[in-house]
Design a protein around this ligand. Structure first.
Ligand SMILES: [Zn+2]
Length: 305
């Protein structure tokens, strides 16, 4: 892959000679992967600056955008490419004003936080790519994406969203995990699946553990050891049994939530292990939870409605 050009919006670091990790304005990450025939971009950052142009400098191959989920900090390039592959359960999220409006994405891009490296003062609202109607191609658990000499497998991990997918690269023994399982897995917001569903998803993900060594996620530039999946399974079991720390907090959407473990100052869970889970006490059991969406209605950009 060619070296990235300088950009005020993005930074890129090679993970392998054919895999680039790209950092956006709010500390969010995406990954460009080249095969011999084509390339994929796993996730599209928040849409501040032209990621499509930035990626074009690095590869001459045709690029397909595939999304781990429908949140605003992963879908920004969809508004530039005009098409993306996404699990159908996340299309409503993609178009919800919370996740596509210029206003909410501008706020995200300017957010201060330990993972952010941007110069917020120099960013202006005109830098945010406006939403447009997008061709959404369906992607499901078990689907294979052939890049030529390298095949990615989509693995469904409903939890952080109902349509969350992670992408397994068996050749490089990497799992591109989006926001599916990390040190601060958010399951307490509108649009998240119940803990019981997430536990089932983690058991499904665990069946692939012999095929990868490390995970690269959507936030936090370092690799995460795959033992985090076992830690997250144990935490879900404690949450469902009511024996977790249940530390009170407030979600990014302002709703009351709890953490399965208290935090240490460096964000590590005080209970040990690598996983921590933010959850809502009214979204624990699959049988009791109706599908839980953001309050605002999805609107196709440019539609008259
Ligand atoms: Zn997310």
């Amino acid at each position: 892959m060619k070296s990235p050009a300088y950009s005020q919006f993005f930074e890129a670091v090679p993970v392998r000679d054919h895999i680039m990790q790209i950092l956006g304005q709010g500390g969010e990450l995406c990954y460009l992967i080249e095969g011999t025939e084509r390339a994929v971009l796993i996730d599209g950052l928040v849409g501040a600056g032209s990621l499509k142009n930035y990626v074009r400098e690095m590869t001459d191959l045709p690029v397909t955008l595939i999304l781990t989920h429908g949140h605003l900090d992963h879908t920004g390039a969809a508004w530039e490419y005009g098409s993306c592959y996404i699990h159908p359960d996340d299309i409503a999220l993609l178009y919800s004003p919370r996740h596509c409006s210029v206003k909410s994405r501008f706020e995200f891009a300017r957010m201060e936080g330990p993972l952010c490296t941007h110069q917020a003062d120099s960013l202006c609202e005109a830098d945010i790519i406006p939403p447009v109607p997008v061709m959404t191609y369906p992607l499901y658990d078990g689907d294979l994406i052939d890049l030529g000499g390298l095949t990615l497998e989509a693995v469904g991990v409903p939890g952080h969203t109902f349509g969350t997918l992670v992408f397994l690269d068996c050749r490089d023994r990497i799992l591109f995990s989006g926001d599916a399982c990390n040190i601060n897995t958010l399951l307490g917001m509108p649009g998240c699946a119940p803990i019981e569903t997430y536990l089932d998803s983690l058991h499904h993900l665990k069946t692939f553990e012999a095929e990868y060594d490390v995970m690269y996620g959507g936030h936090g530039r370092n690799t995460v050891d795959k033992s985090i999946v076992d830690d997250a399974i144990a935490m879900c079991e404690r949450i469902l049994a009511g024996t977790d720390d249940a530390e009170p907090a407030v979600s990014m959407d302002g709703t009351p939530v709890f953490y399965g473990s208290a935090h240490l100052p460096n964000y590590m869970p005080a209970c040990g292990g690598l996983a921590n889970i933010q959850y809502s006490k009214d979204n624990l059991l699959s049988s009791q939870t109706k599908k839980y969406m953001p309050e605002d209605t999805p609107v196709i950009p440019g539609s008259k409605k």
